[in-house]
Each structure stands twice: as C-alpha cells, then as structure tokens.
Design a protein around this ligand. Structure first.
Ligand code: NAD
Length: 479
C-alpha cells in the first residue's frame, strides 16, 4: 500500500486478481482452468547474509513464478524497500498476461530484494546482488532455459551484468549462459535499444492510439500528439525515455514531472533533459531553477493535462484521489499504478486507460530480442546489412543511369539517397520489431474493445486477449 492509499483498498495482488476476474467473467473458461491461470505457481523467499561495513547484514529477496505455460519464465528484479511477497506475485501475474499479449514466448515471473539501493555503495551493491543471484541460480530460478530476469525499479544494466557474470562463474560450460538475464550492457551480451525500450514502447503505444481518431475521441481528445500536455510521474528509466521521446519526436509538451521529493510544473513545457541532468546531480527535483516546485508531488497527478503517465510505482491512483484526476487519457507506464477501485471510478468518468500490461511491454519485447540474440550468438543485422545496401545501391545506380541515358535530368536528393542506401543495423531492427509488436498488440486489444458490446475498456480487452492465449497454450498441453 502506498502512503496515500486507503486502508480499505485491496492489495496489489488482489487488485490484479479483481481485474482478471472482471475479464474472465466474460469468457467461457472452465472454473478449473480459470483458477489455474489466476494462481501464482510458486514464490521462493530467501534470506541471506552479507558481511558489509564490519557487520553481517541479512537481506530478504523473492522470486515468484506465476505461470509456466511457456518456459523460460520472464520478469524483472526490483530493488526497493517496499518489496514484499504480495507485490512480487502481482508483478509476476502481470508478466504472464503481458508476455501473452505481445506474443513474447515466456511465462510470467518477477523478483525483488528488500533494499534501498541508494544506501549502499557500488562495491557493496555488487556483493549483495551477486549473493542474491547465487541463491536464485543454484535453484534454477535464474537460468536461460527456465527463468530469465531483467531490470526493474532500482536495477539496471550494471546489476544485470553482475547477475550474468555470476551465472557464468557457476555454469562455466553453458554456452548459452549470456541468455540467463536480459537488459545487460551492450558489451556484455546486451542488445542495442534495450535501455530505452520500455519508454520507447510507451511512445509507440501512444503513436498507435493516435492513429485512430475514433479512439482518441473516446478520450475526449482530437488531433495528434503534437501539443498535447503530458504529466509524468517518475523520471527514472521508463518515465525519462517516454517523456524525452514524446517531447523531442512527437511534439508533446511535458508540463509536469513528479518525483519522490516533489513535482515540477510549467505549462510552457519543461526541458526533460535538463531536469534529468539535475536529478542525476542533486538526487531529486528540489532546487531546479527553471520551474515551479511543489512539495506535495502526488497532488500534481490531479492537475489539468491531456495525458497522464504514471511511471514510478503501483497504487498511486487509488480511492483517495481517483475522483479528482482530470486527465482524460492515462498511460500506465508503471505496473499497477491504478488500483482496481480507482479503475472503476475512472472508467465511470469516461477516462481512457492504456493498461500497464500493454503500455510498458516494450521492455519485455526487447528483452525477448536480446534473449534470441544471445541464443543465436550473433548480432541482428550482421549478415544482411551490407547485402541490403548493395541491392539498394543497384536501384539507385539504375535510376541514375536511366535518367542520364534518357536525358531526363532527374536527381535523387542526397537525403533520400543517404536514408535509402543505409542498411538496417541492430538498433533499427530492434525499433522496427518493437513498433510492429506494439501496433499488433494494440490492434488485438482494439478489436475486442470495439468488437464486443460487453467490453467497455482497453484493460478488459487486454486481459481477454492475453488470457485466451494462455488458456490455448494450457489446452494444447492437454490441461
Ligand atoms: P527506476 O528505478 O529507473 O525509476 C523509478 C523512478 O520513480 C525514479 O526516478 C524514482 O525516483 C521515482 N519515484 C520513486 N518513488 C516515487 C514517488 N513516490 N513519487 C514519484 N516518483 C517516484 O524504475 P523504472 O525501471 O523506470 O520502473 C518504473 C516502473 O516501470 C515500475 O513500475 C516498473 O515495474 C515498470 N517497468 C519497468 C520496466 C523496465 O524495463 N525498467 C519494464 C516494464 C515496467
């Protein structure tokens, strides 16, 4: 439960279950299969000690496996003091539905360590991370064929590199060892575009939404992303990249940024890069000179804007503030930012919610590409890029020859030639695969949203699409 959340609200896991129940009530699954899909298969709790600063410190960590209808199972590892079993199980369940929705061939899992990562220095964090990884690896809860973690809140490339190295030390002959975790740095088996992937996916999700004027109208909006006023909560990995791409590439105006120490507000638009650099240097938004600072950051969730992007933690929009939220469109970049109770209130008000299992699926999508890259032991584009360029060169040469032979005086613009001739490298391929995935998943949700009278919102549509896929895969196994 977050500080602002009402005590009468269900827990995060119960909230996910309630949303699941709302969707399965519209399906024709047998009660047995329904239960099988809903429940979390297993949660492992580990308490381990690490000697630091002259004393033994005990840490508590979890790895939860929600569904093994496909293996490996997949899901990030979170480092935060608020981590608990309920949260990890809710996040693991969301991973099951998310992977099914975007057709990443994984079951759902999630991990967490109760720790404030800012309380320890880099060397100490490495010792703690390696020890946690050791505990999970020896039980096959990190394994390229069985369970593949990734970054989440409080973790990033650095931690993933330590985990991969720990796995390789313990499995020296596993040629696929690098595939035991995704979100690694490029020089340690990572893939171009993974760091930005979740934020990029949020951008692609919004771009796809705005391709359908009738969907945009349901949110009482019109036109394109250009000029839309956006408020973002959490300028971490996901929030920063989403805000950056939407403002730099789509012309959206970021009017609010909410962080743990308050919020910045400027109707004329905030400079996302400058705020990000300020946070990196000062640890928060306090003191940022070029905008109004509000100490009660969460209050800015209720401000007027066109698009609200909660990209920090769960439960921030709940029974205590849902009726005051003014944004007509909310994109759940974080997992579970809206409680089940708040979801009811917002839907009643006509707010359109682009649900977490879709909106933040860019991360797992590019993680899937990274895992495939690790198993195939070759960078995407390495074989095709120059062949593609040579074929394009043939077309350009032929056009120029025809123009010269016939005296037509045609000249291809240098900008066109440069862009047309360039073969796709790994980053272009990753972005193309991600864009395609986000478009296809939106279309699948949309077909249900508009195609069924009993489905009134995108979240229920997303659950229907994903639960159907999980159920089909259980049925194919004979369950
Ligand atoms: P992060 O640790 O990089 O960033 C989180 C940000 O939120 C930080 O800037 C932090 O200061 C801020 N924050 C923390 N508490 C806050 C509060 N009370 N109010 C306002 N801001 C607060 O984490 P992230 O990886 O960006 O993850 C954010 C969310 O996105 C999580 O819900 C996570 O599960 C989800 N997500 C992440 C990924 C990924 O690839 N990293 C993928 C899918 C979903």
């Amino acid at each position: 439960m977050t500080a602002h959340q009402s005590p009468i609200e269900p827990s995060f896991r119960q909230s996910v279950d309630m949303m699941f129940n709302r969707a399965v009530a519209l399906m024709d699954l047998s009660p047995g299969l329904e239960e099988k899909i809903r429940v979390c298969n297993a949660t492992y709790t580990v308490r381990f000690g690490v000697r630091l600063r002259g004393a033994l410190h005990t840490f508590t960590g979890y790895r939860s496996v929600h569904s093994e209808h496909m293996e490996p199972v997949k899901g990030g590892i979170r480092f935060a003091l608020s981590v608990n079993q309920d949260e990890v199980e809710a996040l693991a369940a969301l991973m099951t539905y998310k992977c099914a929705l975007v057709e990443a061939p994984f079951g759902g899992s999630k991990g967490g360590l109760c720790i404030d990562p800012r309380a320890w220095n880099e060397h100490e964090l490495e010792l703690i991370t390696r020890r946690f990884a050791y505990e999970l690896i020896k039980r096959d809860l990190i394994n390229p064929a069985q369970n593949v973690p990734a970054p989440d809140m409080g973790t990033g490339e650095r931690e993933m590199a330590w985990i991969a190295d720990q796995y390789k030390r313990m499995n020296t002959t596993d040629i696929n060892g690098a595939a035991c975790v995704t979100g690694k740095p490029l020089n340690a088996g990572g893939i171009a575009g993974r760091i930005e992937a979740t934020g990029r996916g949020v951008q692609y999700a919004l771009q796809e939404f705005f391709r359908y004027p009738e969907d945009v109208a349901i949110a009482n909006l019109s036109g394109t992303l250009k000029g839309k006023r956006v408020i973002v909560q959490g300028l971490g990995n996901v929030g920063y990249h989403a805000a950056k791409f939407l403002s730099e590439e789509d012309g959206a105006i970021v009017t609010g940024i909410i962080e743990r120490d308050g919020a910045l507000h400027d109707e004329a638009g905030l400079d996302v890069e400058a705020v990000h650099a300020w946070i990196a240097k000062h640890g928060g938004v306090t003191g940022y000179p070029a905008a109004n600072h509000h100490t009660d950051g969460a209050a800015l969730l209720e401000a007027e804007c066109d698009i609200l992007i909660p990209a920090a933690l769960e439960g921030v929009i709940n029974l205590s503030n849902a009726d005051r939220i003014k944004a007509p469109l909310i994109v759940e970049a974080a997992n579970g930012p809206i409680t089940a109770g708040a979801d009811d209130i917002l839907r009643e008000k006509g707010c359109v919610i682009i649900p977490d299992m879709y909106a933040n699926a860019g991360g797992v999508t590019v993680s899937y590409f990274e895992w495939v890259k690790n198993l195939s032991h070759i960078r995407f584009g390495r074989m095709q890029r120059r062949a593609e360029e040579s074929r394009h060169q043939l077309v350009v040469d032929e056009l120029e020859r025809l123009s010269a032979d016939k005296g037509l005086g045609w000249e291809l613009s240098p900008n066109f030639k440069e862009r047309y001739l360039r073969g796709a490298g790994e980053l272009e391929l990753v972005r193309s695969g991600l864009d395609d995935t986000m478009r296809a998943a939106y279309q699948a949700m949309r077909a249900v949203w508009h195609g069924r009278d009993d489905v009134k919102d995108l979240r229920t549509a997303a659950y229907l699409v994903s639960i159907r896929k999980v159920a089909d895969s259980y049925r194919a196994k004979g369950l």
